[in-house]
Design a protein around this ligand. Sequence first.
Ligand code: FPP
Length: 237
Amino acid sequence: MDGNGRWAQSQGLSRAQGHQAGAEATIKIVEEATRLGIEYTTLYAFSSENWSRPRTEVNGLMGLLSSTLKKYLHNLTDNGVRLHVIGRFSELPQKTQKAFQDAMDRTAHNTGRHLVLALNYGSRLEVLDAAQRYAQEVAAGTASSKDLSWDVFSQYLYTTSMPDPDLIIRTSGEVRLSNFLMLQAAYAELYFTDTPWPAFSPEEFRKAIAHFQNKQRRFGKTGEQIQQEALVESLKA
Ligand code: FPP
């Protein structure tokens, strides 16, 4: 969700107003994702590198995250959406942790739709945390290094039990992943747009999804193999 600051500057507004407009855009996109039946929507709301921003901006973002959650929680419960947080949760301010933990508890029984917020998230931290937990379990004898496979290791990531992303959208003109779901993105389609996040509309969101739907994903196989598999599947159906 990049470009809040640049959008604000282009409108003669403050960065805080840019983030506020970003939060409003977020709500519209999450509502659209629910409407479209998308099972998992993940938002990169605060990276593990974002702590290096000025303290007032960091505090403002934490306050905005909690206040937006408070205002919007009833939509999640009404629409059967379960909230998850990925990232180093215990390093967030106590108040932020409490607001998000309460919301996760209140939506824990929902199963059909999932909203995942990446807060204090970075792929490199995620790998370090996973490797540390795995090593501890090997040392304790509850995991065996002989059995290590991607299926096993991925269960130690913050995204355990979540599917890999099909489509990753980045707004505001940068063409990079910036430490976001680097391992989970191995086969994701990537969509980059110059539109800054506050101006990213449900229409453009649908355009990004249409772009994804037009791609043939091969997962390392040949086009012929994919066609063959599709044929076998259609005969089974
Ligand atoms: C990047 O834009 C955006 C962020 C670091 C914060 C993302 C937060 C929101 C969209 C608002 C709240 C979100 C939720 C989930 C309610 P930037 O500030 O780096 O923009 P710039 O690169 O143009 O300066």
